[in-house]
Design a protein around this ligand. Structure first.
Ligand code: 5AD
Ligand code: SF4
Length: 453
């Protein structure tokens, strides 16, 4: 009989949470657990949660309800199930969890999940009582985690965490704490390890990644630009990305990296949030629309092949039709090739939630629809322009159809190709043949037609 204990992790929210889930899995692997294929056959079910908008946070509670049913069904079969919650909802709503889901066995915030081995020990001893850890710890979790393992050709690497910007709508400074950066040495060593174990692309993560200020061996603070140049020296590392950047922290030194480093992909996520100066001010963003547009100009001058993506919030308190027009205008000026757009969501404890002139839901929805139509038209146009071109594609996972792989171009476009699975985790030249808003289709070998005969 196989008695190995199994775990299942469901991840909500941003790429940082995807990274954290991966690291939580490493901890459980190191304790002898194995990944389960579903919650039904898991001895530990973990929800790694997101608190950024109300919808995401609420979803966790319905998922927890379903997990309780599974726990009961398994109990009837004589099996124990531990239910855990990690991530930002825990940091912000630990009391709510205790009230609304008292059956949760443990809850730990995004900065303390390295304590999971002790937490699980406590859970086993204290059956029935929830173990909740929402401390902002003095220690860095990174000093306690098992070595990061490559997750294929493309891996995430957290280099910075937390945020000091306090945009008035955002919970991140409260859930992920103040900004901290990992040391240059720690990042380089994790990067080397990931590359040696098969990654050809690294995506450096941080809530405000371009304000990175890790120390080097001599204790000197170093910038993201410095770190990128060091990473570019790693043999075998073919692609580097970094996300998410704050516009006011795009220094000239960092922009120059986009000119000098061929490994740096020509795609940058630089959220503007709104095109209106009045709203940007109310959001406490440290950039005006002109500052932002000037930064983009400099980036395009550094690398003319560079293309942008952004996040947008519509219906921020006080946003008028004119303010919204300014947002549409900035979309037209920059021509984003991808974007994420959201209706403003009131978050407890944030200054914007108390602002007057909250925008009606109906208007928020109308503005979101208009914005998303415009964004999609630019995205489709860009995708269609790639038809007939040959692009280097890094294959990351198997497609829905057999014999098909899905990969990404330098611009993060998904490409579906009929190609052997031996090409998984490799970068291959692919000729693009079809395009929709969300994905491309390509053929391999790229020179199929021209070689014939
Ligand atoms: N309401 C709506 N969107 C939000 N975001 C952050 N906080 C909120 C909120 N309260 C969006 C921002 C951010 C992205 C990760 O989520 O656009 O860049
Ligand atoms: Fe939130 Fe603003 Fe910090 Fe981004 S920069 S994490 S939106 S507070």
């Amino acid at each position: 009989m196989n008695t190995t204990q199994k775990y299942y992790i469901k991840t909500f929210g941003c790429q940082m949470n995807v990274y954290d889930s991966h690291r939580i899995a490493h901890i459980l692997d190191s304790l002898g657990y194995e990944a389960a294929s579903s919650t039904r056959n898991a001895d530990i079910i973990i929800f790694n949660t997101c608190h950024i908008r109300e919808k995401a946070a609420e979803k966790v509670f319905s998922d927890l309800g379903r997990a309780l049913l599974i726990k009961k069904e398994r109990a009837a079969e004589g099996k124990d199930t531990i239910i855990g919650v990690t991530g930002c909802v825990v940091q912000a709503e630990d009391e709510q969890i205790a009230v609304r889901a008292p059956y949760v066995d443990f809850a730990t915030g995004p900065l303390t999940y390295h304590r999971l081995p002790e937490i699980l020990e406590k859970v086993k001893r204290a059956r029935g009582e929830s173990i909740i850890d929402t401390e902002f710890p003095a220690e860095s979790k990174f000093d306690f985690l098992p070595e990061n393992k490559s997750s294929g050709g493309c891996s995430f690497l957290a280099i910075q965490e937390g945020c000091n910007n306090f945009c008035t709508y955002c919970v991140v400074p409260y859930t992920r704490g103040v900004e901290t950066s990992r040391s240059v040495e720690e990042v380089i060593s994790e990067a080397r390890h990931l590359v040696n174990s098969g990654s050809v692309e690294l995506n450096l993560l941080g809530q405000n990644v371009n304000s990175y200020h890790g120390t080097d061996q001599n204790g000197q603070e170093r910038s993201l630009a410095y770190l990128l140049r060091k990473l570019a020296e790693i043999d075998g590392l073919k692609r580097i990305r970094y996300t998410t950047s704050y516009p006011a922290d795009m220094t000239d030194e960092l922009i120059a990296c986009h000119k000098d480093l061929p490994q740096l992909m020509p795609y940058l996520h630089l959220p503007v949030q709104s095109g209106s100066d009045k709203i940007l001010k109310a959001m406490n963003r440290r950039h005006s629309r002109d500052d932002y547009l000037r930064t983009i100009e400099k980036l395009y001058a550094a690398n003319p092949a560079l293309r942008m993506s952004s996040d947008f919030i519509v219906g921020f308190p006080g946003e008028t039709d004119e303010d919204f027009e300014q947002t549409l205008d900035i979309v037209k000026r920059v021509g984003y090739i991808q974007a994420f757009s959201f209706k403003y969501s009131k978050r407890p404890g944030t200054p914007a939630s108390l602002m007057p002139d909250q925008v009606e839901e109906k208007i928020k929805q109308q503005r979101l629809d208009i914005l998303q139509d415009l964004l999609s038209s630019y995205q489709l146009k860009f995708n269609e322009e790639t038809i007939g071109k040959t692009m280097p594609v890094l294959f990351e996972f198997k497609g829905r159809h057999s014999g098909q792989l899905v990969g990404r171009t330098p611009y993060m476009q998904n490409v579906h190709v009929n190609i052997g699975k031996e090409y998984l985790n490799r970068i291959v030249d692919i000729k693009i043949t079809e395009a929709t808003v969300n994905s491309l289709t390509g053929i391999y070998p790229a020179e199929t037609q021209s070689k014939k005969g």
